[in-house]
Design a protein around this ligand. Structure first.
Ligand code: PLP
Length: 400
């Protein structure tokens, strides 16, 4: 019998080498208690959270929690069914209405995760003879959606408008074309030139899907994302998003003005063949989304945090993923995995949690310490964070 697990040997070896060096496993941290969107207890120690994507700090919002408790009491712990059978409750309709209001769009469809939203929408609208042109740094869920639908995949260089145009022009006349972009790319925290890219896509007869997972709630006047900030949201055919970041719970969605959009509810397999979100989850999401509509002050504070952290880290001598802060993600580039893991552990010992990211999730084989800021981080906490980076950076030799 051949061992089907032998293909994992290289990663098993890499992992054991890392752990043998005595470093704490960066992919096995336990949050023993979570006190707020910005503080948890890890290894018995107060730890500032700087790697949670909880951009708008909605996880402990009293209205959000009350809505979840009420739904749990009134509707029970789960739906035990698909949206097309017994799994559509008033709460699912209510969260879809909240999304339509938030984006000012005609249609909204909620999935059990953002991963499933990409998997479902992409695989259903772009099939065997269609072409999907996508940024090479796209999220795994976008690639998996392309693979599930069996479309022809045409990647182009990250954020390169000319490369996108060239690829589009090579596609056979008359073929179905979908361009898939992200508002914010989560590894380096950079944004896409959506205005130019959407114009090029439309000029070449393609539909456009934009994943705004890391911009919803924060970027754009109403928090609708990078497409809103760049003034082209009405030209985007499909926006994908998640409840697991700014919304502060779990779930995914697609919003659109396409007149035939609702048919997806019958033909999209990752929507049909899975149980719907629990009533408490959709109730928390709907409450959170409605509050995000009215969160301009929090958005402004989050921008301040992002600018302050970016400038401070630069001043300390760290190499960052972007020259200017473009989102709430700030990526610190590490020379290699060993140094990255040592720095990650030194930060944890200081009382700071960030994400360690490495290939294949990262572009160009980079090891990154990814920081995601929250609107509820105080100015003092950002100061504390910088102090911890200074101490850990010096202890590990990352900075002088
Ligand atoms: C760009 C992007 N799209 C989709 C997802 C999936 O979201 P979810 O956590 O809801 O599955 C993520 C999550 O990391 C993401 O970064």
């Amino acid at each position: 019998m051949s061992d089907l697990f032998s293909k994992f040997d290289p990663i098993i070896e890499l992992r054991s080498e890392l752990l043998e060096s005595g470093v704490t496993d960066p992919f096995n941290l336990v949050m023993e208690k979570v006190e707020s969107p910005t503080v948890a207890i890890c290894n018995g120690r107060r730890t500032i959270l700087l790697g949670t994507y909880n951009y708008m700090g909605m996880t402990f919002d009293p209205d959000v929690i009350a809505a979840g408790k009420k739904a749990l009491d009134e509707f029970g712990s789960g739906t035990t069914g698909s949206r097309v059978l017994n799994g559509t409750y008033v709460g699912h309709r209510a969260v879809e209405q909240a999304l339509k209001d938030f984006y000012a769009m005609d249609h909204a469809m909620v999935f059990s995760t953002g991963y499933q939203a990409n998997l479902g929408v992409i695989s259903t609208i772009a099939g065997k003879d269609d072409y999907i042109v996508l940024d090479i740094d796209s999220h795994a869920s976008i690639y998996d959606g392309c693979a599930l639908g069996n479309a022809n995949i045409v990647p182009f260089r990250h954020n390169d408008i000319e490369a996108l145009e060239k690829r589009l022009k090579r596609i056979p006349e008359g073929a179905g074309k979908l361009v898939v972009l992200e508002g914010v790319y989560s590894m380096l925290g950079d944004i896409a030139p959506l205005k130019e890219m959407v114009a090029v896509s439309k000029a070449n007869g393609a539909m456009v899907l934009v994943d705004e997972a890391h911009s919803m709630g924060f970027i754009g006047e109403h928090g609708r994302g990078v497409a809103e900030a760049q003034g082209i949201i009405d030209d985007v055919d499909f926006i994908i998003g998640t409840f697991s970041k700014s919304v502060g719970t779990v779930g995914g969605f697609c919003v659109s003005n396409h007149p035939k959009f609702e048919i997806l509810r019958l033909v999209c397999r990752p929507y049909v063949f899975t149980a719907s979100l629990p009533p408490s989850v959709v109730a928390t999401a709907a409450t959170s989304i409605r509050k995000l509509m009215d969160s301009a002050d929090k958005r402004a504070h989050l921008w301040e945090n992002s600018k302050r952290l970016h400038a401070g880290l630069r001043q300390l001598g760290f190499t960052l993923g972007t020259d200017e802060p473009q989102s709430a993600i700030i990526a610190v580039i590490m020379p290699d995995l060993e140094t990255g893991a040592a720095m990650w552990e030194a930060l944890l010992d200081e009382g700071l949690y960030v994400n360690l990211a490495r290939p294949p999730a990262t572009p160009a084989g980079m090891t990154l310490l990814r920081c995601s800021l929250c609107a509820l981080h105080s100015e003092e906490q950002v100061g504390e964070i910088l102090g911890m980076f200074a101490a850990a950076g010096r202890a590990t030799g990352c900075i002088d």
